[in-house]
Ligand binder design. Structure first.
Ligand code: DMJ
Length: 632
């Protein structure tokens, strides 16, 4: 039987092509696509098309971040959940990248102007505005940096009136010395630890620590505004370039909400407000978004630890992990309002307004704010009250919220003066030797000690004195001076002329540490911070004298071959270094010292408030013409 050969079934394509024909057709098609795609590079102004078609890796690093914040498809770092609030508009990307590169090539703010100062601010303005060019109608920009700058009452870096009057003055030389210290601290960090969070000057290496959830470069971001202020232009450029190229947010560790906020967010916000450089604004907002999950609690009081990857928790040591800390959740207000101002995203302001609401409502024992609060129930967890560690910057942010709002946030003002009244009544003491101090309160019992951290309060009370009720103003000025004098005593009574971490007033001893574990000095700023505010308020030369004592002591006991280090015992004149150059030494201690020896119009207090890491944030001068709907 003849078997008929069954034809092999070759399915025809919809166009009736057989396999070899199909292959040839596809080959031709792919060639055509490659040709068209390649042609994009040859077109004269193809950047817009490139933006449509190219993958993120081909963009400038700074631009990738712009895209991330804008929710742009180019987003490379997809670490955070999609932002439910309106996306931050991106600036003109092409202009920003090419001009930023050009600026880097030329060197930013070269000394074409003899004095720097006003001119420097102008140069920064144009540099910033170039990065923000609003000509791209499809990508509107919501923050008008020019208008913001025009509202400032003083040039950012002042007029340097003292330099023209007395070019060789002592104060100028002192300022120069502090600038040299900053340069040395920066260069040492750069040489041995660039990109790490902190420098270890003895071992000459870097240290990441565990507070920042995998974020790096804390020293760089904390230093940006100090470098700018001191006109260390090359160093500022180095820092900025690092932020543009290496500051990545795709981390997944556990971080302190407070520390990331005051150092990173604060540092980036200030750098933006001083320079108008978009990269700082964008990174600040993006990082701010990463902090938002910490607020997912029944009360909206955030937990202290934010897990950049998953859930959040309170500090294990804070009431067995169940409490949030007053100084931490109470020190977000300034930065978060500015995040809203710069992003148009209300979510940041809502978070801190809610914290305010909870605190306003809750019962306060004797009008005092205890340090631990449950983010679940909204109840106090313990009756420990302190103007030092755990409580400190909460009070600071109340008065500064009032000032930053250009004196419109009356609620903050009222809360501040009510709290201060309670502190005065229940915590304030005068020692037998006549030293005024703020003790710590434990359910009605006083610990007669003050921490170094509490020494910021002299400056805070001075800053708030002017807006107190008429009958309290002189009292608060005097109180500020007395507390600052006590803190100076804690320095003067040590062998190194640097102050201990905590000092006591009991058993006949006054303003000294009573045990070795409290005798260390880790380059903290609070005492010189108060000198700076008291100087600006009184112009009493004693504050510059005291400030200079600190400079001398830092040089003698804390300067090492490879940077500055804390010391373990201020009562020993043979220093035992702790091998850490803290980031706040560059952000705060050196900045406040420099300002102490500067004219009052340098970062004028009319225009700026300093966050608790000494990063200047602008006052909302909403009375000025052209003000556009600010939130502060
Ligand atoms: C800084 O990080 C801040 O000033 C904070 O408010 C308290 N402690 C350090 C410096 O001592």
């Amino acid at each position: 039987m003849l078997m008929r050969k069954v034809p092999v079934f070759v399915p025809a394509s919809p166009w009736g092509l057989r396999l070899p024909q199909k292959f040839l057709f596809l080959l031709f098609l792919s060639g055509l696509v490659t040709l068209c795609f390649g042609a994009l590079f040859l077109l004269p102004n193809s950047s817009r098309l490139k933006r449509l078609f190219l993958a993120p890796r081909t963009q400038q690093p700074g631009l990738e971040v712009v895209a991330e914040v804008a929710g742009h498809p180019l987003a490379r770092e997809q670490e955070s959940p999609p932002n439910p609030a309106p996306a931050v508009p991106a600036p003109g990307e092409d202009d920003a990248s090419s001009q930023a590169n050009a600026r880097r090539r030329k060197g930013w703010l070269r000394r074409t102007h003899p004095t720097g100062t006003r001119e420097m601010a102008t140069a920064a303005r144009s540099s910033g505005s170039a990065a923000l060019r609003p000509q791209e109608p499809s990508i509107p920009f919501s923050f008008d940096f020019h208008a913001f700058q025009s509202r400032l009452r003083h040039p950012v870096l002042g007029t340097r009136a003292d330099e023209s009057k007395e070019p060789q003055s002592l104060v100028r030389a002192q300022r120069e010395k502090i600038k040299e210290m900053m340069q040395f601290a920066w260069q040492s960090y750069k040489r041995y630890a660039m990109g790490k969070n902190e420098l270890r000057p003895l071992t000459k290496d870097g240290y990441e620590g565990s507070m920042f959830g995998g974020l790096s470069g804390a020293t760089i971001i904390d230093s940006l505004d100090t470098l700018y202020l001191m006109e260390l232009q090359d160093e500022f450029q180095e820092a900025k370039a690092w932020v543009e190229e290496n500051f990545h947010l795709n981390v997944s560790g556990e971080a302190s909400l407070f520390e990331v906020n005051i150092r990173y967010i604060g540092g980036l916000l200030s750098a933006f407000y001083l320079t108008g450089e978009e990269v700082f604004r964008i990174k600040a907002i993006k990082l701010g978004e990463k902090l938002l999950p910490a607020f997912n609690t029944p009360t909206g009081i955030p937990k202290g630890v934010v897990n950049f990857k998953s859930s959040n928790r309170s500090w294990g040591w804070a009431m067995a992990g169940s409490s949030s800390i007053l100084a931490e959740f109470g020190s977000l207000h300034l930065e978060f309002l500015h995040l809203t101002e710069l992003s148009g995203n209300q979510v940041f302001a809502e978070k801190v307004r809610n914290i305010r609401k909870v605190l306003r409502k809750i019962d306060k024992p004797f009008g005092l704010y205890p340090n631990f609060l449950s983010p679940v129930s909204g109840n106090w967890m313990q009756h420990h009250v302190s103007v030092g560690g755990l409580g400190d910057s909460f009070y600071e942010y109340l008065i500064k919220s009032w000032l930053m709002s250009a004196k419109t946030d009356v609620e903050a003002k009222d809360m501040y003066y009510e709290a201060l009244e309670a502190i005065e009544t229940h915590l304030l003491n005068v020692s037998p030797g006549g030293l005024t101090y703020i003790a710590e309160w434990r359910g009605g019992i006083l610990d007669h000690k003050m921490g170094h951290l509490a020494c910021f309060s002299g400056g805070m009370i001075a800053l708030g004195a002017e807006d107190a009720k008429e009958e309290k103003r002189a009292r608060y000025r005097e109180l500020a001076a007395q507390i600052t004098k006590t803190c100076h005593e804690s320095y003067a009574r040590s062998d190194t002329k640097l102050g201990p971490e905590a000092f006591w007033f009991n058993s006949g001893r006054e303003a000294v540490a009573t045990q070795l574990s409290e005798s260390y000095y880790i380059l903290r700023p609070e005492v010189v911070e108060s000198y700076m505010y008291l100087w600006r308020q009184t112009h009493d030369p004693i504050y510059r004298e005291w400030g200079w004592e600190v400079v001398t002591a830092l040089e003698k006991y804390c300067r090492t071959e490879a940077g500055f280090s804390g010391i373990q015992d201020v009562y020993s004149s043979i220093p035992n270094h702790d091998n850490k150059q803290q980031t706040f030494f560059l952000a705060e201690t050196l900045k406040y010292l420099y300002l102490l020896f500067s004219e009052d119009d340098v970062l004028s207090l009319e225009d700026w408030v300093f966050n608790t890491e000494a990063h200047p944030l602008p006052v909302n001068h909403s009375d000025s013409p052209g003000r556009g709907g600010g939130q502060l």
